[in-house]
Design a protein around this ligand. Structure first.
Ligand SMILES: [Fe+2]
Length: 488
């Protein structure tokens, strides 16, 4: 392997850090590398062309009171493949907050579980404002650029998808919304459009928008809600965009006193807004369903009179019945998807009757679903899901879910190895939905190493067909994407 260290940052964290999300598989990384001619076990397929990108949380400074993993600074990892060869880079996203804290050599913003009054800075980002936009949650590719997003609402930071040089913030012709963009904008590969929403503590509480393939904001409409909400993700079909108003939100009484604590209302329905792709507020059709919280949607598509939506229903979103003394979550039990009981679920919204039907699709705990990128918004048969590890926010296996037959194929990671969200990379010239590869970064805490793993998407249970060694063990993190060479 040929490796060049490009920059090393001095962390202001305890050397013997035992915070559960700054140690073990979440140990942050503070060096930036470029690597080529990497050591490979197996063979990199020569019909795989494009780039796998993943975001991770890498804190550099001690917070005022309490660190939460979503507070960490965004670091992107990129591995590109062409003609059987790989190239790797990792870089911190040079956000405004990152640069200001580098200058100050300390935390300037309060984290999501701290009081806004703990912040040193007098401004900030997020639906609640006063947070640091760390661009550490998702990464997507639009118009050939990687866009890194923040878990609440913030900027979209533009990066070169291969070198990961930060190029600035998305401006959308001067119309980037003042309320920012939520963690999960979505790309329709068929039209080249970027669909997004944002949310805020002020009425109308939500907006929905569309950015054209030319990078112009062409649709931006109010989505009025009964009050402030905490939606995380959205989905779309060929003609409809699906937004949600779920009964998990900031406690209104606490909010009046300036505190942000979550409450879940079992007596309220989950509500779904279906809005035509370029519709208006008046076009929104609302549907109701059983109360839950959903972190991520798998996909959606149209089926006759119905709109079908797949996602991960939390059967225990409030972590009821958990003995907090017994578990080793150290106050982070609501980050354990086994505690929340996230299960694959399907909703059907009937456009003729206005009724919703729903059903559970699996008994397994999984999350961070992916489908073949060409199938977003169109009917899909397969989803590729991360199996949730017990006791912490991490993933210890991959599940290929065949929604037509209801069967699941599992690959279990070896002891001490954790994987990440795993997109599907169609083989060059492929036609079948699962004709291609699954790509993930794995971190092995026993052998202190990380590898990019490549699986045959048609035979996930057989394990990786290639393992590409990275220069250093990388931190666990959140979201990822695959962009084929033609999109770069
Ligand atoms: Fe997410």
């Amino acid at each position: 392997m040929r490796v060049a260290v490009r920059e090393t940052f001095e962390p202001g964290l305890p050397p013997d850090d035992d915070h559960p999300y700054r140690s073990g598989v979440w140990r942050p990384q503070h060096r930036e590398y470029d690597a080529w001619d990497m050591d490979v076990e197996g063979e990199i397929p020569d019909d795989l062309s494009g780039v796998y990108l993943r975001n991770t949380e890498n804190p550099l400074f001690e917070p005022a009171r309490r660190y939460h993993p979503f507070d960490g600074d965004g670091m992107l990892h990129s591995i590109s493949f062409d003609n059987g060869e790989a190239r790797y880079s990792n870089r911190f996203v040079r956000t405004e907050g990152f640069l200001a804290e580098q200058e100050a050599k300390q935390s300037l913003w309060a984290g999501i579980t701290e009081r806004p009054s703990d912040a040193v800075a007098e401004y900030g980002w997020g639906a609640r404002s006063m947070l640091k936009d760390s661009a550490s949650t998702d990464v997507i590719v639009h118009r050939g650029e990687a866009l890194a997003s923040f878990y609440q609402c913030g900027e979209l930071y533009r990066l070169d998808p291969i070198t990961l040089e930060t190029l600035g913030q998305s401006k959308w012709g001067g119309h980037f919304p003042a309320e920012g963009v939520s963690a999960h904008p979505r790309i329709d590969e068929h039209t080249g459009e970027l669909l997004f929403f944002n949310y805020h503590v002020h009425a109308p509480y939500m907006h929905y928008g569309v950015v054209s393939p030319e990078g112009e904001l062409v649709t931006y409409v109010d989505v009025p809600l009964p009050g402030p909400r905490l939606p995380h993700d959205m989905m779309f079909t060929e003609n409809w965009t699906i937004l949600n108003d779920l009964p998990l939100f900031w406690d209104p009484e606490a909010l009046e006193s300036g505190y942000y604590s979550n409450t879940f209302r079992w007596d309220m329905a989950s509500r779904f807004a279906l809005i035509p792709r370029h519709g208006t507020t008046a076009d929104i059709r609302w549907f109701e369903a059983d109360p839950t919280f959903v972190l991520h949607w798998t996909n959606a598509y149209e089926d006759g009179d119905e709109v079908v939506l797949d996602g991960f229903f939390q059967h225990n979103p409030t972590a009821r019945g958990i003995d907090r003394q017994k578990l080793h979550h150290k106050g982070f039990e609501t980050l354990d998807m086994n505690v929340l009981q996230a299960r694959a679920h399907r909703w059907r919204f009937n456009l003729t009757t206005g009724e919703t039907s729903e059903e559970s699709m699996s008994e397994r705990c999984a999350e961070f679903p992916m489908v073949n990128g060409r199938h977003y918004g169109r009917r899909h048969r397969y989803s590729y899901n991360a199996r949730c590890a017990r006791g912490l926010f991490a993933f210890d296996g991959l599940i290929k879910h065949d929604l037509d037959t209801g069967t699941e194929e599992l690959w279990e990671a070896p002891e001490g190895v954790f994987v990440s969200e795993t997109p599907m990379a169609p083989r060059n010239g492929s036609a079948a939905e699962d004709d291609g590869y699954l790509i993930t970064f794995a971190s092995d805490v026993i052998n202190d190493r990380s590898d990019a793993l490549i699986f045959d998407a048609a035979n996930v249970g057989d394990g990786p067909v290639a393992k590409v060694r990275l220069p250093e063990r990388i931190s666990s993190g959140t979201h990822s994407t695959w962009a084929p060479r033609g999109d770069l």
